[in-house]
Write a protein that binds this ligand. Structure first.
Ligand code: MLC
Ligand code: AMP
Length: 504
């Protein structure tokens, strides 16, 4: 096979008139039409002068055309770099520059703000809008809809996904053909996906969950997706009767449970509900089963590794656990300080090895060496334990990260901004329990001597630099931050002190 990922996800469906996408306006796109759309995009990319290995950064709304750019990149050997649509130009600028992207495709409405970003790093700039129009679409018009697929092998880079770091600098996780292919094939089998499946897709397509788990698994099985722009209760309820499966972050499921229309009748025909990206409370699992009769299947993954573990499809889906290592993937629990393996039942660092594990961080050999051991085990930064039946329980994190509605937020990035603001001496950013988002961001501030910061002004000042979902939902001023004898801020004390801030 010349390009295994392309063949498995797309190529083998050429000529198939089966439906791939059900779109919000009632239109559908068949597998064949989608592949032709991707072929036109691949020809446009080639004619723009892009060559195998070049990075294509994409910050657009969710639409079929965006997915076709992903397929076109796979087909033509370009490296796909999806970016959260909420990132500000200041945030995006780093990704474009760091990746050396040759092309940046953005929303038309943001073009003016982003011209300078593209120019600074010498990237071409094109637009793609939520309705599929835009300058990039114009370039694909009248192009040949077949494209000679680029030869690629398993180790070749397919995607670069940026994940923030505890030091504040984002790192580009390099994902290969094999990483994505092995995971998609494993999950199709484990979760028993077939061409009869219709996945209700309400996740964003710029992260692992919506792009590689939901989309790749559906594609590899030859199934179809009801493609909803974003999570919206009414559209979920309206579309559920036509779906067989759904994947979501825990917020999807808690929001559904808060709506009385979500009941057994609406879900009886469903085959599978999958949850991941953030901890699903055991309580949500139990309530979901009581309401619908379905046991949510919880799995565990991350940007650097795709999916690592899953509760079983046929066996017991155990609430509060993330199940067993996927076939071909090893998990071990180690002592954070020594790296030595710990016995089952002990809590330690979760490490993972397998064909799913990325090859390293883009142009960051030192960071790669810190987290990816020579023997292939990746140190996830998550803490967990394996119980006597082999189920993995995630008990916490060894990394300072907040997970809000399934988005990872690194406090360091926000603290650096807060600390720069006039009148602020220092800050600690923490995640506090939030009924809808799991965790939400709070900023605890210490003012310079004699200063009384205006918190509204402060919030406004940082908003230009930070995506909305990262902005603290609560800012508090306190006299001093609690520190241990090593002068390290004790965030656990702050989390305890302010634990009820977001509780209703
Ligand atoms: C949106 N907002 C958020 C937010 N999402 N704030 C904090 N955390 C979030 N996750 C902001 C909006 O900008 C808005 O601001 C306000 O909060 C309220 O918006 P909303 O309408 O209530 O939110 P909504 O748009 O419905 O989004 C919530 C959500 C969404 C949970 C549906 O965030 C979502 O789809 N999350 C999925 C994330 C995901 O795909 N993660 C996978 C990562 S991959 P305002 O003030 O302008 O109204 C990964 C690996 C793995 O982790 O294992 O899968
Ligand atoms: P990201 O870096 O955005 O890919 O997020 C990956 C992180 O999400 C993991 O390291 C975990 O901390 C968290 N995560 C993913 N799935 C789960 C889950 N099922 N339960 C708890 N945490 C999860």
């Amino acid at each position: 096979m010349s390009n295994p990922l392309y063949e498995t996800l797309f190529g083998k469906y050429a000529g198939h008139s089966t439906t791939f996408l059900y779109l919000p306006d009632g239109k559908t796109i068949s597998h064949d039409s989608f592949i032709r759309m991707a072929g036109r995009s691949a020809n446009a990319l080639r004619e723009m002068g892009l060559a195998v290995g070049d990075r294509v950064a994409v910050q657009v709304d969710k639409c079929a055309e965006a997915l076709a750019v992903y397929a076109a990149c796979v087909q033509s050997g370009l490296v796909y770099l999806p970016l959260n649509a909420a990132y500000t130009p200041a945030e995006v600028s780093y990704f474009i520059e760091d990746s050396g992207a040759k092309l940046f495709i953005c929303q038309g409405s943001k073009e003016d703000e982003l011209v300078a970003v593209a120019e600074k790093s010498g990237a071409l700039l094109e637009t793609l809008n939520a309705d599929g129009t835009g300058s990039f679409t114009e370039l694909t018009r009248n192009k040949d809809d077949t494209f000679k697929t680029a030869e690629r092998d398993g180790e070749d880079l397919v995607a670069l996904l940026y994940t923030s770091g505890t030091t504040g600098r984002s790192k580009g996780a390099m994902l290969s053909q094999n990483n994505l292919l092995s995971n998609a094939e494993t999950l199709v089998e484990l979760w028993q996906f077939t061409e009869r499946d219709v996945l209700l897709h309400a996740l964003p397509i710029f992260h692992t969950h919506g792009l590689f788990v939901a989309t790749n698994v559906t594609l590899a099985a030859g199934g179809s997706m009801i493609f909803i722009p974003k999570f919206d209760l009414d559209s979920i309820i309206e579309n559920l009767p036509n779906a067989t499966t759904m994947m979501g972050v825990p917020t999807f499921y808690t929001r559904l449970l808060n709506d009385s229309r979500f009941n057994k009748d609406l879900t009886q025909h469903m085959r599978l509900f999958v949850s991941g990206s953030a901890p699903l409370l055991a309580e949500t699992h139990v309530q979901f089963e009581a309401r619908t009769g379905h046991r949510i299947l919880e799995r565990y993954g991350m940007t650097e590794t795709n999916m690592n573990t899953s509760n079983p499809y046929d066996g017991e889906r155990r609430a509060g656990t993330v199940g067993f290592p996927l076939p071909g993937i090893e998990i071990k629990i180690t002592d954070s300080k020594t790296g030595e393996a710990l016995a089952d039942g002990e809590i330690g660092e979760i490490e993972v090895r397998g064909p799913n594990v990325f090859s390293g961080y883009w142009q960051m050999p030192e960071k790669t060496a810190e987290e990816l051991r020579k023997d292939g085990f990746f140190i996830t930064g998550d803490l967990g334990t394996i119980d006597s039946d082999g189920y993995l329980h995630i008990s916490g994190r060894n990394k300072d990260v907040i997970i809000s509605g399934g988005y990872n937020i690194y406090p360091k990035e926000i603290e650096m901004l807060l600390d720069e603001q006039p009148g602020i001496m220092e800050s600690a950013v923490i995640g506090l329990a939030h009924p809808d988002l799991g965790e939400a961001v709070a900023g605890i501030l210490v003012a310079e001597k004699g200063e009384t910061p205006d918190l509204d002004e402060l919030a406004k000042a940082i908003s230009a630099s930070l995506a909305k979902y990262k902005q603290p939902r609560k800012l508090l001023v306190i006299p001093e931050l609690p520190r241990n004898t090593m002068a390290k801020v004790q965030k656990n004390i702050l989390r305890q002190e302010y634990k009820d801030v977001f509780k209703q």
